[in-house]
Every structure is written in structure tokens, then in C-alpha cells.
Design a binder for this molecule. Structure first.
Ligand SMILES: [Zn+2]
Length: 216
């Protein structure tokens, strides 16, 4: 009796397992039948989307450049050129006014933001290493160089004296939450980056700190 019931149970388990398996097969087949169309659609969709993305955002053509001038509020720069504007919409915007008088807007990102936050960086001569892209007037600041009263060029960032870590915008120290200070360290421009409008890297004699000293 015990053996018979065991056989029945085993048979029942096997049968239900077969049922489940064949149901899965059918499901898989159904899905399989539906899949090619869906895959075709999504492939087509993807191709369209990616080619649209390619058109909208081609491979990043950012080129490093050195640009020089003074960073000022956009409103000021426009006013100086006789362009009237409403203050409200552009009150936070800053631009680099280059030595050639070109206005170059600055992206307020992790590095450029300092110019929006810190008036000590504005309205004074600066050299900026930036990422510039074709067709985009905004530049992304990578390094900021300022000049002291002696005309000595210094790379400029923020520093926590307690934790000895650099930061790139005004905020409490990321580590100790204490105050940070503006840090200037005398340094020449990188030799391998060309100046805007020139295809050659800066000749050493024109970017040395000595030149500015001599001009004074
Ligand atoms: Zn700190």
C-alpha cells in the first residue's frame, strides 16, 4: 500500500513537473514568436535614437586652451559695450573679457563656479586653462591663474590648512567643515597647451613670470 502511494505521488510529481516544463516551453515559444518583432522594433528605435544622439552630441571635441583677460559680471560687460539688458535674468552670469575684447561665458561647474561665488577672482587679470568646444561659446575652466601685485603668476584654488586638502569652490572644508582660504602658488602656465587663436604652445619667453615682472 505504501509502495503504491509512493508510486502515485512520484507519478504526480513527474506529471506536474512535465506540465510546468511544457508550459514554460509554450511561454518561451510565445515570447520567442513575439520577440523578433519587438527586437526589430527596439533595434530600429535604438538605431534612430543613437543616430539622433550622434547628431546632437558628437564625440567630445573639447580642446584645451589658454585664455586671458578679466572675469566680470555679464551685465557689466554688456553695459560697457552699450548693450542694454534686464539685470534680473543675467545677474549671476559671469564672462571672461579677453585681452582682445571677446566675451567668453564661463560654465558654472566644479571649477568655473568659483568665479560666480568669489568676487576676489573677478575684475583682475587671469590666465585660464579651459576646455573649449566648436560652436559652444561657453568654456569650462580647468585651472585658474591670477597675478599678485608684483605681477607673479600663481595657480589659484582654495585650501584647508587643518586638513591640507585643496578645493575648487567656496564652501566649508569637505573634511573638517572648517573655513578654507584662497590659495595662490607661484606657477607658470603649462607648456603644452596653446593659447586661444594660436596653434602653437606658448613660447616660454612670453608666458614666463619674468615677462610680467619686467613690464612692471
Ligand atoms: Zn579641513
Amino acid at each position: 500500500m505504501r509502495t503504491i502511494s509512493l508510486v502515485i505521488v512520484t507519478a504526480a510529481v513527474a506529471w506536474s513537473a512535465w506540465l510546468a516544463t511544457s508550459a514554460e516551453d509554450r511561454g518561451a515559444k510565445d515570447q520567442g514568436a513575439a520577440k523578433p518583432q519587438a527586437a526589430g522594433e527596439s533595434r530600429g528605435g535604438k538605431a534612430d535614437a543613437s543616430s539622433a544622439a550622434d547628431r546632437a552630441a558628437p564625440t567630445d571635441d573639447a580642446a584645451k586652451e589658454i585664455v586671458s583677460g578679466k572675469v566680470v559680471r555679464l551685465a557689466e560687460a554688456l553695459k560697457a559695450r552699450g548693450i542694454k539688458s534686464y539685470a534680473e535674468e543675467i545677474k549671476e552670469q559671469v564672462v571672461l573679457v579677453t585681452e582682445q575684447g571677446e566675451l567668453v561665458p564661463i560654465v558654472p561647474d566644479w571649477r568655473g563656479r568659483a568665479f560666480y561665488q568669489d568676487e576676489r577672482l573677478r575684475d583682475r587679470p587671469v590666465d585660464l586653462v579651459v576646455n573649449r568646444r566648436r560652436g559652444i561659446p561657453w568654456v569650462q575652466v580647468l585651472s585658474i591663474y591670477t597675478f599678485d601685485d608684483e605681477g607673479v603668476r600663481s595657480i589659484t584654488d582654495y585650501w584647508c590648512d587643518i586638513c591640507s586638502i585643496p578645493m575648487y569652490e567656496i564652501k566649508e572644508c569637505e573634511c573638517c567643515q572648517g573655513p578654507i582660504r584662497l590659495r595662490l602658488r607661484p606657477q607658470d602656465l603649462p607648456k603644452d597647451i596653446h593659447r586661444h587663436g594660436s596653434s602653437e604652445p606658448e613660447p616660454p619667453e612670453t608666458n614666463a613670470n619674468e615677462t610680467r615682472k619686467a613690464e612692471k
